[in-house]
Design a protein around this ligand. Structure first.
Ligand code: NAP
Length: 276
């Protein structure tokens, strides 16, 4: 029987996940499907109930359903619980298993593009304290970072986040960047700044050590204003598109039994679809 997977969101038309999974199905000669489904939040419980019947082998969950999906799964990984969001579901024997692959996606992207990025030192600055920041904090903690400064426009949100996730996290305002920068080995942007031409102000990246790595999880544009400034300061950079590609790997492997590869061809295809 042909196995089918899905991605649910509301709206869903913008998602690039179908391009990624359909590319891997074709490349690996797997007879399967991956379907985008627009599910209104009020219909989410009924959709999850129907999933148990086995029409789909699993799928992805995106905005606005990632938080609500937790309570609708039968089992959820510790990581997804800690992040507070499920983005990948596997259906087996009428039970729904939820996980979150953003941690793996973030780490695999840096491992691929900047080998030894985590060997330079274990102090990081994370900009932002929203949904995506949660996965980044867990990822850095699990990679052995000893000190992670979380800087946010709304400092209270950073304080709340640091209290909710256990780890070596300290909350600050964005204005504290220059004071903290000289000790940081890694700078990660998890805010939406960089999209639509927006940029940080009053952030001198030359304050970072010359060996520091700067990465942005925003990938539209590929070279965000932060990455441009980092390059101008002579720092090594990694863009955020690889995180999107790598986070898709565990789901595909679980559903279709084949570990797919993130190749330059896949990246070029997604860049083209995004108009990058
Ligand atoms: P979110 O929960 O809405 O959080 C947004 C964050 O950005 C908050 O910390 C917010 O600060 C900050 N922010 C927004 N506007 C700002 C401004 N004008 N100045 C300073 N800070 C500002 O969003 P999210 O889900 O975390 O997503 C953040 C970004 O990551 C999005 O662009 C998303 O596309 C991207 N992302 C990429 C990947 C990937 O695979 N590469 C994965 C997930 C997310 P306040 O708390 O002060 O509002």
């Amino acid at each position: 029987m042909t196995q089918k997977a899905f991605i649910i969101g509301h709206p869903i038309a913008h998602s690039k996940s179908p391009i990624i999974h359909q590319y891997w199905l074709g490349e690996n000669g797997i007879e399967g499907g991956y379907e985008p489904l627009d599910i209104d939040p009020k219909d989410l419980p009924a959709f999850f109930k129907q999933l148990k019947l086995g029409t789909y082998i699993g799928g992805n969950v995106t905005i606005p359903h990632k938080q609500d999906a937790i309570a609708l799964c039968d089992e959820v990984t510790n990581e997804a619980q800690e992040i507070g969001a499920v983005n990948t579901i596997f259906v087996k024997n009428g039970r729904l298993f939820g996980s979150n692959t953003d941690i793996l996606g973030f780490l695999a992207n840096l491992d691929a593009k900047a080998p030894d990025w985590d060997k330079q030192g274990h102090s990081a600055i994370v900009l932002g304290a929203g949904g995506a920041a949660r996965a980044i904090l867990v990822a850095l903690r699990d990679r052995g970072f000893k000190c992670v400064h979380v800087l946010n426009r709304t400092k209270q949100t950073a304080t709340d986040l640091c209290a909710q996730i256990s780890g070596p996290f300290q909350a600050h305002a964005l204005e504290d960047f220059e004071k903290l920068a000289p000790e940081a080995h890694l700078l990660v942007n998890t805010t939406s700044i960089g999209m639509h031409g927006t940029k940080f102000t009053g952030m001198d990246l030359k304050r970072l050590p010359k060996s520091a790595l700067v990465t942005d999880i925003v990938y539209t544009p590929l070279k965000t204003s932060l990455l441009e400034a980092a390059e101008a300061a002579g720092l090594h950079t990694v863009d955020g598109l690889g995180m999107l590609l790598h986070q898709a790997v565990p789901g595909f492997e679980a559903w279709f039994g084949h570990r797919p590869k993130v190749t330059p061809e896949l990246r070029a295809l997604v860049e083209k679809e995004l108009g990058l």
